[in-house]
Design a protein around this ligand. Sequence first.
Ligand code: R5P
Length: 283
Amino acid sequence: MNYVIGGTASKTVAEDIAKLLKGKIVDTISKRFPDNELYVRVLDNIKGKDIIVVQTTYPDPNIIELFLLQNAVEEAGAKSITVVIPYYGYARQDTKFQDGEAISAKALANLISLNADKVITVDPHKEHILDFFSTSAYSCSAVPEIAKYLGEKEIDMILAPDKGAVNRAKKASKIIDCDFDYMEKTRIDGTTVEIKPKNLDAQNKNVAIIDDIISTGGTMAKSIKELKKQGAKKVFVACTHGLFADNAIKKLSTAGCDEIISTDTIISDYSKVKIAPAIIELI
Ligand code: R5P
């Protein structure tokens, strides 16, 4: 029997995982002291049990909650702890881009590894971050689940917003049985990207752009505008992790987006695709 604990950021994903594995949700409480420090407690007896803790590490308070839940489970005498991190926040700072920087993905992995026998995450920005964990770490892809959703939308072409992400688009296109291609993206800085025009044969087509993350929406907005300029009929944008920072949603709508689709690794109004079926393949 699998016993599943859902942190605040990932309650529904935890429930879905428990349902799919025919497991049990473990009762916990989590509250804040007057000074805002967090308190967690596992209410069920989990001594000797295999426990799955599910928690996205975004935004920051959810990281502390994950550490406390891991500690509570360890202290309660669990036999094993599997940590499922639907969205691994801080994964993008995966190296020292400049001297003196922290490798944030590594810093977080070191701490999570302290109380974990196995770690599972979804579409990390770069796979090599899995090596930062000192325990066994695995990742699954949201693409098959996203492709199933897009399969109902009469999509003619799947696009990656840059060449590096083309395999994701290719994988989705195979499931949907449509064309795929990529756009020419150059990142100028953290918030500015340039999408170069490229003839994509988008005229009168329903196109879906698929990416791992939508953060400021800049990448997608520029891609949508370019596709509409090239005569695309409908443009869908789909991502695994919908951060939707700043005014990303407005940017996407203004650019002419017909539908925004995300999974529930980060819960939002656009979490139309459930990630649990992909995660349980690794449990
Ligand atoms: C970058 O390489 C990622 O795959 C995404 O394209 C990026 O994080 C999207 O960021 P934004 O929405 O801010 O353009």
